[in-house]
Design a protein around this ligand. Structure first.
Ligand code: SF4
Length: 241
């Protein structure tokens, strides 16, 4: 069983090609900009059998083509590593490619096993500076960097995802620190800049939660272009989503 928030069929945002995207319920950190506060509660969502997800993937398989497949995102999917290991094993047996979108905070053996089964890792690096990472998410980035290194050692591909938040992680010094840190990694195929947005703020009101970045505006196109240019000096491919 997996605790699922929702499923997107024919997703194009989370990994290559056309994808079935499964958003798992529950998260272990609290990013100030999280646009899915409804996914945070580990007890929410609904329980789904792996079989149901596999059936959905089988139905869509003919549209996946060479690149597409199933992405598991969240919330934080690695909170449910046992079920995911089984799911990914079944998908692999059926010739369906897998991607995992994770905040990289969990370093357990079960999660490492899952990384090994994952065709493409989408690793969210929220901030390269540890203190700023703690301010932004409530947790240190040490585990994230450990899991990036672990992925690098497996030799399997990953994309880094970076939510660009004005006044938090868009300064040149932080972008260059990020680039310097990862520039020799061989498994990073791409860096995706995800411009911060406020589309989920209304959910905070609905849930009676306080949105702490209410004074932060989305980055301007110049901010984004500036970040893209700087990061392009370090990463083979940089795209803005
Ligand atoms: S890791 Fe993702 S789901 Fe969890 S709080 Fe951060 S943005 Fe939200």
């Amino acid at each position: 069983m997996l605790r699922v928030h929702s499923i997107e069929t024919f997703g194009t945002h989370d990994g290559p090609g056309l994808r079935l995207v499964v958003f798992l319920q529950g998260c272990n950190i609290r990013c100030l900009y999280c646009h899915n506060p409804d996914l945070l509660d580990r007890e929410g969502g609904k329980l789904m059998k792996r079989k149901e997800i596999i059936e959905l993937a089988e139905k869509q398989k003919e549209y996946f083509g060479e690149e597409g497949g199933v992405t598991v995102s969240g919330g934080e999917p690695t909170l449910q590593p046992k079920g995911l290991n089984k799911l990914f094993r079944s998908l692999k047996r059926r010739g369906i490619k897998t991607a995992l979108d994770t905040n990289g905070m969990i370093t357990s053996d079960e999660v490492k096993k899952l990384y090994k089964k994952t065709d493409l890792l989408l690793l969210d690096v929220k901030h390269i500076d540890e203190k700023m990472h703690i301010k932004l998410t409530g947790a240190s980035n040490r585990n994230v960097l450990e899991m990036a290194k672990y992925r690098e050692d497996t030799g399997k591909p990953m994309w880094i995802r970076y939510v660009l938040v004005p006044g938090w992680n868009d300064e040149e010094k932080y972008l260059r620190l990020l680039g310097e840190y990862f520039k020799d990694y061989k498994t990073i195929e791409k860096l995706e800049i995800l411009p911060y947005h406020t589309l989920g703020v209304y959910k905070y009101k609905e849930l009676g939660m306080k949105y702490k970045l209410s004074k932060v505006n989305p980055p301007t196109s110049e901010n984004i272009e500036n970040a893209r240019k700087i990061l392009s000096e370090y990463f083979t491919e940089v795209v803005v989503k």
